[in-house]
Design a protein around this ligand. Structure first.
Ligand SMILES: [Zn+2]
Length: 189
């Protein structure tokens, strides 16, 4: 079961993946209040970050206060962004954000599998271009693409760290996967 939260900042999307064992894995983390409402008695085991931009991470400090053991998966560029308000672009927003639970960060990258439960894994695809921290997660037939592929909108490549050519190859790769998957992009459009 996948549940979606449309966040107040830039209508980014967070997703909740039920692990079938009383737990939830999130994809990205914005507003925490609606997540808590959806959780009922379940606990958040961790967060798979699609990338390190502010609108996809700003709830992490609040979430880790509630769930101090929640692991946060990202790649090395994502870790840097979590710890630097300039890299995650929050410096240009009214509330600069720096992740204050760095010990919860777990690094992951292309080709790795993250164990979500006994019967569930997330396959990690590196899909850079929008940002070097962009990872796509494949969980069964569900595909979480973040900002690397949002149907109907062009991949944003005019930000610091963006790479147009990388974005185009990531997009080609993702579009080839889509016909057999259920797509969950990083923004509500
Ligand atoms: Zn972004």
């Amino acid at each position: 079961m996948i549940e979606r939260v449309v966040n107040t900042v830039f209508t980014s999307c967070s997703y909740l993946i039920d692990d079938g064992d009383g737990g939830v894995w999130m994809v990205d983390c914005g507003d925490v209040e609606p997540v808590v409402e959806l959780l009922r008695c379940r606990v958040v085991r961790g967060v798979l970050l699609t990338h390190g931009h502010f609108d996809h991470i700003y709830g992490l400090n609040e979430l880790c206060k509630l769930f101090p053991n929640a692991l946060v998966y990202t790649n090395a560029a994502g870790r840097d962004a979590l710890l630097d308000a300039k890299l995650n672009l929050s410096k240009y927003h009214e509330t600069p954000f720096v992740f204050n639970h760095p010990q919860n960060i777990r690094l992951s990258d292309e080709g790795e599998r993250i164990t979500l439960s006994e019967s569930m894994t997330a396959e990690v695809l590196a899909t850079p271009g929008h940002n070097p921290s962009c990872l796509t997660y494949m969980v069964g037939s569900d595909l979480f693409t973040g900002d690397a592929y949002i149907p109907g909108s062009k991949v944003v490549t005019n930000l610091p760290g963006s790479d147009k050519h990388a974005a185009a190859s990531s997009l080609t790769r993702l579009i080839a996967l889509v016909p057999t998957k259920t797509l969950h992009p990083g923004h509500f459009v």
